[in-house]
Design a protein around this ligand. Sequence first.
Ligand code: FAD
Ligand code: NAI
Length: 475
Amino acid sequence: MSKQFDVIVIGGGPGGYIAAIRAAQLGFNTACIDEWKNEKGGPAPGGTCTNVGCIPSKALLQSSEHFEHANKHFAEHGITATGVKMDVAKMIARKDAVVKQNNDGILFLFKKNKVSFFHGRGSFVKAVDGGYEIAVKGAADETLVAKQVIVATGSNARALPGAPFDEENILSNDGALRIGGVPKKLAVIGSGVIGLEMGSVWRRLGADVTVLEGLPTFLGAVDEQIAKEAKKAFDKQGLKIELGVKIGEVKSSKKGVSIAYTNAKGEAQTLEADKLIISIGRTANTIGLGAEAVGLKLDERGAIVVDELCKTNLPGVWAVGDVVRGPMLAHKAEEEGVAVAERIAGQHGHVNFNTIPWVIYTSPEIAWVGKTEQQLKAEGVAYKAGTFPFLANGRARALGDTTGMVKFLADAKTDEILGVHMVGPMVSELISEAVVAMEFKASSEDIARICHAHPSLSEATKEAALAVDKRTLNF
Ligand code: FAD
Ligand code: NAI
């Protein structure tokens, strides 16, 4: 006997579990199917984000930052800390506990919102009168039917041809988050978000880290001025980043990994390392979804084809998050999940792609929203720019971290904020103000006229807005 629902969500990551909760809040009888297993084989909803992405990476970034502070910065405050040691096993166990709290939290939220959870793999069987038949195989073995199906099956790490992940020597994000001891030498291929975050974790703990990047520019999607400032800080920390390389043969042995590559000057090089993290992007995941059984359209990269409303080619079938076009970010997946649930309810769910913030949780942190200076130039938009360095911010001096700046880009005529770019302490939190401002179509003068608490890092935001009109007060 099949079980009938109004909405079935396949995938319980941030796109799926949030869509399921919102659908249930809107009064739909909702099921969510997720196959992720914890080490005991039990359910571990939350997807990549909770299990091997956002949450565990931030837990390790926090632990490793404490370690670096104790070793390198406590002395400035007059604190003597001798014999500081890192117990890697304990750090990993703490990270696992944080992950479990989040898994359990989602199971609790499903109960609270009366979402029926099924632990197993969900796949399309066929279109039926009442919508679609979905088989669940795993701990749960069921047949479900619903008129509306939301696919949120996420993404997987992209492997480098000729260097498959073994999670021992050649690591994806999964293995990178559970290295058992600090490697002496760590190689990373790809200086994108994961490469920089995970490279930072293991560098802070004492590894000699070399990041090999194929492109000649560092963080090409980031505003150039901000990327340059960040690169300066990473260089100073000893995170070695080689740009414009071409990776050759990767050999893994009992001793470690050997990576042959050509550097930017065209010289043949070999990098020997104990471990190699490959972070060269991610690919949409539709493995075992049964897309072909119902004719669900995929593009040439395997992503589910959707329109701007997240509708697929099949009536009543929607897709959100990493499995569709757009940035692979948890909050983008969540926003799409909410919007789709609201559209199913006949409401006007909306996602503004121009105000999706990006954050890289390194030290200094990097955060931005809207257009970069190079994008505005390429689009021929007349703009004004204003920057303010943390060096001139009282709170940053008190914190002992004055790296970086805040940068505003505003329309030359109307003063509307077109982009805000930050590198520095806690900018992951500061960026929200810029997102709110842009959502409300604020001008840089609006921000410049708002009272900001003193002393706070947010004063740098106000001052950068003032700088657009060349009237900073503290610089
Ligand atoms: P996922 O989170 O991948 O979830 C998909 C779920 O569907 C999984 O649980 C999977 O098991 C399940 N599934 C797949 N197929 C089936 C099936 N057929 N049946 C049942 N279940 C299925 N983003 C940020 O915004 N901030 C960050 O700080 C951040 N840090 C990251 C760090 C790392 C190391 C990585 C790898 C990613 C990070 N991301 C971050 C990206 C973020 O994790 C993803 O954008 C987000 O998880 C996408 O959510 P999703 O719901 O689309 O997919
Ligand atoms: P990425 O797209 O951020 O970076 C990949 C990098 O690898 C690029 O710089 C690219 O030029 C380089 N590259 C690609 N092929 C290469 C090759 N053959 N040789 C050398 N370099 C090569 O991808 P990453 O770091 O794997 O992360 C995947 C996604 O996960 C991110 O795009 C982001 O959406 C998400 N994520 C988000 C985080 C956050 O929001 N803080 C943290 C971590 C991941």
